[in-house]
Design a protein around this ligand. Structure first.
Ligand code: ADP
Ligand code: ADP
Length: 230
C-alpha cells in the first residue's frame, strides 16, 4: 500500500455549551505517490481541518489516516515525515534565507558541506539563486513564500501539505507562482496535498481535484473530468 489513505475521517471542535462543530464529516481520500491532489472548496468547508488532521496538528475524532500502509494514530507531527507550507510562511525572522532553508537539514544532522550544497540547489529551484545571505526581513511576500517552499522541500518530505500557500499574495503574482509551483512539484516528483479555495489554482497545480463542501467530499477526479463547479 502506497501513498496517503484517509478513511472515514472526522474532525470536530467544541463550539461552546457542550455543542460541537463537525468540520470533517466522514471523508475517504487517497493521495497516490507522486501525485498532486488539490483539495478545493469554499471557506469553512473543512479543508484546513482535513489537512491539519493528516499533518497531526489536529486531533482526529474518528477514522484513520495511513501513510504507506502505516496507521498514523498517535504519531506526532515531526515523526510523520511530512512537509508543511502555510499561507503565512512564518519564516524565522532572525535567520538568513539560507538559515531558514537549512533548518530542516540541520535537524537531519547533515554534514555542513552537503547542507550548503543542498541549500544552494533549493534556492536555484525556487528562483532565488544567490539570496542565501539575505535577512528574510528584506524579502517581498512572493520571495518569502519561495523561501518557505524551499524550506518545506529541503528534507525531501514523503508528502508535502500546502494550506493556501499563495493566498496572501496579489493576483498577478499568485498566477505566476502557481505555474512555478506546478513545475517545481513535478521536477521534484513531490507527492502533495494542496488546499485552496481558488478554482484556477487547483486546476493548474493538480493531477486530481477533490471538491469539498460542508465537511464532505463531493467529487474527486482529474480536472478535465470534474462536473462540479464552485
Ligand atoms: P476551510 O479550510 O475549508 O476554510 P476549516 O477546516 O478551517 O475550513 O473550518 C471548518 C469548520 O470548522 C468551520 O465551521 C470552522 O469555523 C470550524 N473550525 C475550524 N477551526 C476551528 C477551531 N480551532 N475551533 C473551532 N472551530 C473551528
Ligand atoms: P495527544 O497526547 O496529543 O492526544 P496522541 O498520541 O493521541 O497525542 O496523538 C498524537 C498525534 O496524532 C496528534 O497530533 C493527533 O492529532 C494525531 N492523531 C490522533 N489520533 C489519530 C488518528 N486516528 N489518525 C491520525 N492521527 C491521529
Amino acid at each position: 500500500p502506497e501513498g496517503l489513505r484517509v478513511r472515514d475521517l472526522h474532525v470536530r471542535y467544541p463550539a461552546g455549551r457542550g455543542a460541537v462543530t463537525t468540520a470533517v464529516a466522514g471523508v475517504d481520500l487517497d493521495v497516490r505517490t507522486g501525485e498532486v491532489l488539490a483539495l478545493l472548496g469554499p471557506s469553512g468547508s473543512g479543508k484546513s481541518s482535513l489537512l491539519r488532521a493528516v499533518a497531526g496538528l489536529e486531533p482526529v475524532a474518528g477514522g484513520t489516516v495511513r501513510w504507506a500502509g502505516r496507521d498514523l494514530a498517535g504519531v506526532p507531527v515531526h515523526r510523520r515525515g511530512f512537509g508543511l507550507m502555510f499561507q503565512d510562511g512564518q519564516l524565522f525572522p532572525h535567520r538568513t534565507v539560507a538559515g531558514n532553508v537549512a533548518y530542516g537539514l540541520t535537524m537531519a544532522r547533515l554534514p555542513r558541506a552537503h547542507r550548503e550544497r543542498r541549500v544552494a540547489e533549493l534556492l536555484d529551484l525556487v528562483g532565488l539563486t544567490g539570496y542565501g545571505p539575505r535577512p528574510v526581513s528584506t524579502l517581498s511576500g512572493g520571495q518569502a513564500q519561495r523561501v518557505t517552499l524551499a524550506r518545506a522541500l529541503a528534507p525531501q518530505p514523503a508528502l508535502l501539505l500546502l494550506d493556501e500557500p499563495l493566498s496572501a499574495l496579489d493576483r498577478g503574482l499568485r498566477e505566476h507562482l502557481t505555474g512555478e509551483l506546478y513545475d517545481i512539484l513535478r521536477a521534484t516528483g513531490t507527492t502533495a496535498l494542496y488546499v485552496t479555495h481558488d478554482h484556477d489554482e487547483a486546476f493548474t497545480v493538480a493531477d486530481r481535484v477533490a471538491v469539498m463542501d460542508a465537511g464532505r467530499l463531493l467529487q474527486v477526479d482529474a480536472p478535465d473530468r470534474l462536473w462540479w463547479r464552485p
